[in-house]
Design a protein around this ligand. Structure first.
Ligand code: SAM
Length: 294
């Protein structure tokens, strides 16, 4: 079975409909492919727990779905362009790049996830087309590694950063289950890991600085998509998506839209019942930012 057959993406399933406008400088989509993608709510689309290709993905505590990333990549780039993910994890963005015919660059701090990303590209991509484009995995702290990349060399940045230190919350029920299956429940013990910063304001500042540095390598007027989730800190609800959007303003990364990614497959827990309102947070947000630098 080819990689494309194992991992069908929406464009592979449907024949191209509508007209391609030669003025389109952003992507390879026709009018009827473009317009529905601007709807502000998407359903998250994963492979499902039983798919053979979730074996590597599962070893990471918080991967995003490569099919959702592929959808963003198809909208914000043309074939052959270059995508950057400064928080690569187990390589979902590079898998999506390979399948969509884009070059990818990913940066990851934890060596274990760097190795798993290499393995994932080797094992899960057996399609010749998927190997035509270059996927580069860089090991290290994004704060430093992004500085080595050339200015204006990237067409699109897509990433999902640590959501502060929420993986440290011992009472998180999913964490307890992962622990009993011997799976990672946090990214690393490194002091360079953004997921290990205790102070929320310091964390936001550090994250904004890294994404700001990505703005230097991102071409002018090109886009950045950041997948995040709001979260609870004890009983307080933290609007991480809004805090991050504000923290990015000084870096000339301007908000152009917000997508709600509905995670309809998530389990529901009886948080708070029968005393208080405690949400089951079943959506992520995708911040769509544009590089306003000249
Ligand atoms: C939410 S996960 C990304 C998951 C990824 N989207 C995937 O599908 O596998 C965030 C990642 O950022 C990495 N990370 C944390 N601090 C970092 C830093 N300073 N530089 C580079 N990577 C870092 C963590 O090790 C973790 O793998």
């Amino acid at each position: 079975m080819s990689a494309a057959e194992k991992n069908p993406t929406p464009t592979e399933k449907e024949p191209k409909k509508g007209k391609y406008d030669p003025r389109n400088k952003l992507n390879d989509l026709t009018s009827s492919e473009w317009i529905p993608e601007t709807i502000s709510v998407w359903n998250q689309k994963g492979l499902g727990a039983k798919h053979p290709d979730v074996k590597i993905e599962k070893q990471h505590p918080a991967p995003f779905s490569f099919t959702d990333v592929a959808r963003l990549i198809r909208f914000f780039t043309k074939q052959g362009q270059t995508v950057l993910d400064p928080f690569l994890g187990v390589g979902s963005t590079l898998k999506a790049c390979a399948l969509e015919g884009r070059n990818g660059v990913g940066i990851e701090l934890n060596e274990k996830y760097v190795d798993l990303s290499h393995e994932r590209l080797d094992v899960e991509l057996d399609d010749i087309f998927a190997r035509e484009y270059e996927q580069t995995i860089l090991h290290g702290d994004s704060r430093l590694v992004v500085e080595d990349l050339d200015e204006n060399s990237i067409d699109f940045v897509v990433t999902s950063p640590p959501y502060w230190n929420i993986l440290h919350k011992e009472d998180h029920k999913v964490n307890q289950e992962r622990k009993s299956s011997n799976l990672d429940t946090r990214y690393s013990d490194s002091e360079h890991d953004l997921g290990n910063i205790d102070d929320y304001e310091v964390f936001l500042e550090e994250l904004a600085k890294i994404l700001g540095k990505c703005g230097r390598v991102l071409k002018p007027q090109k886009y950045m998509a950041v997948v995040v989730s709001d979260f609870r800190d004890k009983s307080k609800y933290i609007m991480f998506h809004a805090d991050l959007a504000r923290a990015l303003e000084p870096f000339k990364l301007e908000m152009r839209g917000l997508k709600v990614l509905y995670q309809r497959h998530k389990r529901i827990f009886p948080y708070g019942y029968p005393y208080a309102y405690v949400p089951n947070i079943h959506n992520q947000y995708i911040l769509i930012l544009q590089n306003a630098k000249k």
